[in-house]
Write a protein that binds this ligand. Sequence first.
Ligand SMILES: C=C(O[C@@H]1C=C(C(=O)O)C=C[C@H]1O)C(=O)O
Length: 263
Amino acid sequence: MVRVGFIGYLNCLPLRLGLEATGGLEGIELVSGPPARVNAALHSGELEIGLVSSMSWAQNRRRLQVVPGYGIASHGPVMSVLLAANRPLEEVRRVALTSESATSQGLTKVLLERIYGVRPEYDEVSGGPEQVLPEYDAALFIGDTALRARGVPGAAIHDLGELWSRYSGLPMVYAVWVSRRDPAEFGWFADRVARAVSWTERNVKEAAAEALRRGAPATKDELREYYGRCIGYRVGALQWRGLNRYLGELGRLAPGTLRRVIA
Ligand SMILES: C=C(O[C@@H]1C=C(C(=O)O)C=C[C@H]1O)C(=O)O
């Protein structure tokens, strides 16, 4: 059995369904969790291959090699990487960042500084909008929690995929497939991902229906939009330009501090 790190959010449900439908899980144990947990499991050697935050790959380039072609990306609205704000973004002073994320934490900093000209204090927190939002000017949520945060009354919801693409003109890459060994050893797995991704592109309605059955906090039409237009699993040349631009922007930010409030 090869243990493969996988993101346990609805954003990857179509990919899981695609892997199942195309026989891609034979001999594989998918180990699912929030991105931060999968990132850590890959670094510790618990997993040989996995879908990790693009930021986590960038920070560990010498140890983690990209299995090219696939990941999680958006070009325009992404729907599940959101900054919920209690005041205009130009005025935020204290911002909460979900501890489940790596890439979107950096994206929040880039966008707040570059577009809104602010450099707030950041706390890394766990918890949903109900616990976190009352304490902060704004809060980053990703994955299923972000889908749910869209319905929180009172807060303004900013889609960070949309803001990034408007700002840069480029896609955003949240996650990439990486391996700790020579990626060529995992060519067979990349082929399976390729087949699964093609399946997801032909089966948007089926994936949306399955997400609804699993209690997704969204309507059928929203889920079709989410899987059909927002979340993409291909990471090609244009997506790499977006990722490189993001990493460049992040590198130019003034060093900040991140307090870990709830580990
Ligand atoms: C699009 C999303 O991107 C996610 C955000 C990640 C991050 O911020 O590190 C990593 C993987 C993705 O699950 C999402 O959460 O829905």
